[in-house]
Structures are given as C-alpha cells and as structure tokens.
Design a protein around this ligand. Structure first.
Ligand SMILES: *Cc1c(COP(=O)(O)O)cnc(C)c1O
Length: 222
C-alpha cells in the first residue's frame, strides 16, 4: 500500500469532524515526508528531543502535536512551535507552559490529560484535581494558554467493553467540564482519544482527535 492508501484506509470510516494525528515517533524523516507529500500535515511526537530535531528540518506548515509526558524543564524547547500539547497532567506544568508562552507572547493550546485507564501506570489528572485547577485564582490569571479539551488513554487490553467504558467516561468528563466551566468557550471542543488498536471504539464514543502510529507507519522498533 502507498502512504496515500494507508491514510485513506484509516480515514474512510471517519466522521468529517474527527482529526487524525499521525504519530511519527521513532520514524525517520524520509518516512514522515512520504505522508506529508500526500497532503497530510498533522503529526504527533512524544519525546522533546525528537520533536525539536524533526521540526527544525521539516516543512514549516506541519502542525506538531506533543502527545507524550512533558517535563517542566523541557517546555521551553517546544513552546515556540508546538500546535497542541495533549498531555497536560499537572497544575505546575500548566503554569510553566503559561510562563514560557508569555515570554514569547504566544497563545499555546493544551489538553488536560485524564487518568481513565484501570492500569496504574498511565499519567493523568482526576476530576477533583481538575476542579481545583480550574477554580483557582492562579488559573484565572493565566493569559497564554488555551484549554482546548481533554485527552486520555484506555487500558491496553483485548477487553473491548472495558475500553469502551473508559472512553465513555472521558466523554462524560468532557461534557461535564463543558457545561460547568466552558459553556461559552467555543474553543473547548476537543476529545483526544483512540490509538491504532482502539480508535474505532473511541470514535463511536465521541472522540474528535485520534492519535495513530503503528497502523500508518508499521510497528516501531525501539
Ligand atoms: C505512541 C502513542 C500513540 C500511537 O500509538 P499506536 O498504537 O502506534 O497507534 C498514541 N498516543 C500516545 C500518547 C502515544 O504515546
């Protein structure tokens, strides 16, 4: 299959408002360019060093999404170009993003990452933590971040019912936040959920952004 076929194969059952983030982590530039040349311009990476080095040499109209765990001391390296930071999982990280964005007079788009999986290992916030962030005076004073929505990862399992339940929970959290804090904010509209193995379920449960790596690029060799 050509890169165009691979994209079309995945996009064929997408509702029109769902965005595809092509997760290019570990993949070389030549392979990413093959997808870029079909017209796809949205790519996701999960390591700061890798996104920085790829962004430096690749076409400037690419939308770079940072989908990994972001350490505060590395925010500075991606702040000037990152299109959307998916994994904001602490208040201190949000403050650092706001600070660094302020220094370069930029608005930076973020998603709040929720812990929705039953596994212990996944990063993310819970609802009481997000409530305390959003209701704090410090948050209200932040001028350089835009909260675009939420992100989450389901448990890595064959159990489709469990995956569906976890995605449905993230959708419920999104709806509740929208109603409670972002009703008048049209920008709060994204639910980033779904990967190669579970994106169809995620879309059925209301995803607006899926992050797909191996189903497009093939298995990763670390
Ligand atoms: C690697 C990664 C993906 C893509 O995973 P695939 O299973 O290869 O599609 C999606 N989201 C995050 C956060 C990732 O780290």
């Amino acid at each position: 299959m050509t890169e165009k076929d691979k994209l079309e194969h995945i996009l064929k059952d997408f509702p029109p408002d769902v965005k595809l983030i092509a997760v290019s982590k570990t993949k070389p530039i030549e392979e990413i360019l093959k997808f870029y040349e079909t017209g796809h311009k949205i790519f996701g990476e999960n390591k700061v060093q890798e996104i920085v080095s790829k962004q430096a040499v690749m076409p400037k109209d690419i939308e770079w999404h940072f989908i990994g765990h972001l350490q505060r001391n590395k925010v500075k390296q991606i702040i000037s170009f990152v299109h959307l930071i998916h994994g904001v999982d602490s208040f201190r990280l949000l403050q650092e993003i706001d600070n660094k964005a302020k220094q370069i007079d930029r608005q930076v788009q973020c998603l709040l990452q929720f812990h929705i999986a039953s596994e212990e290992t996944k990063f993310g916030l819970d609802e009481p933590e997000v409530k305390s962030i959003l209701e704090s005076d410090e948050f209200k004073l932040m001028e350089n971040i835009r909260i675009k929505g939420v992100m989450g990862m389901a448990t890595y399992t064959e159990d489709e019912n469990l995956i569906r339940k976890e995605f449905a929970n993230l959708k419920r959290i999104f709806d509740h936040m929208k109603k409670t804090y972002f009703l008048m904010d049209e920008e709060f509209c994204e639910i980033s959920m779904g990967m190669s193995g579970d994106y169809k379920i995620a879309i059925e449960e209301g995803s607006t952004m899926v992050r797909i790596g191996s189903a497009l690029f093939g298995e990763r060799n670390y």
